[in-house]
Design a protein around this ligand. Structure first.
Ligand code: FE2
Ligand code: FE2
Length: 287
């Protein structure tokens, strides 16, 4: 089973300020000024082309397809991803896909646009979604919630964790937007981290996933199984961002076997090329 994992695509889309409300106005202006140039169109095309040529069994996208959850951004994301959206694809939302009230409910924009690739719901009151791809179970969580302020925290309700560990009876891959662990050089700020990640890790111990795939912090890593989290934690964010001194960007192909094998691809001189993954022992970071 080969899993191609991309994340934090943040596809650019020019929006009229008149079509935005509340914090989306500030969020969009900040994106235009600070982040848009980091996600150039030429890199996005190269990523889609590279993925189209690679061999994989499942394509996982762990959220942040948009910037401020505008309807035009969702349509744009779907259009760009069209060649990659197949029955092998499994995706979940990131905090930027839940940015505005209309992206949360009762008929959320993410679900309206991508329900075909989100798997089936295991509980009508909780976000636990499941999809079997090439015989492997993928579970998706939504760690995002409605926040009026410009913060990017995550949270997973204890009921979601408990129901997941109690109801999944075979080896599974868990996909969620927020990291559960960070290297010491990439500690999350108070306004950016998953608030209850120690609780998530402790509860998952009852039935740990084979892999935890996430994004949110825009730099790549693989945390190897450790004492607190006895499973690998893989960050493939951001797959559409230019690398620089503090951001190691790209995507992974993970071959789930014994042992699990990792390949990493980065953008370099107009194309994606293979390079070394970045491995950490659990003790080199924090939960
Ligand atoms: Fe992101
Ligand atoms: Fe994020």
């Amino acid at each position: 089973m080969k899993i191609l994992h991309i994340s934090d695509l943040h596809f650019p889309k020019k929006l009229s300020l008149f079509s935005l409300r509340g914090k989306a106005i500030v969020g969009y202006l900040s994106y235009r000024l600070r982040r848009k140039s980091k996600h150039p169109l030429v890199l996005i095309s190269a990523m889609v082309e590279a993925i189209s040529k690679l061999e994989y069994d499942a394509l996982v996208i762990s959220g942040d397809l948009t910037n401020v959850s505008h309807p035009g951004e969702f349509e744009n994301a779907k259009e760009i991803l069209k060649p990659l959206l197949t029955d092998k694809t499994f995706l979940i939302p990131g905090n930027h896909d839940r940015y505005q009230k209309r992206a949360i409910g009762p008929n959320p924009l993410f679900e309206k646009t991508f329900s075909e690739w989100m798997g089936t719901s295991l509980d009508p009151n909780l976000y636990i979604r499941s999809k079997k791809i090439a015989g492997k179970v993928f579970i998706g969580w939504d760690s995002n919630f409605a926040i009026p302020r410009i913060t990017a925290n995550g949270y997973v309700a204890p009921e979601v964790i408990t129901k997941t560990v109690q109801s999944i009876e075979e080896p599974y891959i868990l996909v969620c937007h927020h990291p559960l662990w960070n290297p010491k050089s990439e500690i999350e700020s108070r306004g950016h981290r998953m608030l209850n990640r120690a609780e998530v890790i402790d509860k998952l111990k009852a039935n740990p996933p084979q892999l935890y795939l996430h994004g949110h912090t825009h730099t790549n890593w693989v945390k190897l199984p450790g004492v607190r989290a006895p499973f690998p934690i893989v960050n493939s964010a951001s797959s559409t961002r230019l690398s620089d001194r503090s951001h190691e960007c790209g995507f992974h192909i993970i071959e789930v076997g014994k042992p699990i094998q990792y390949r990493r691809f980065i953008y370099s001189e107009d194309q994606f090329i293979e390079t070394n993954p970045i491995f950490y022992e659990e003790s080199e970071g924090v939960i």
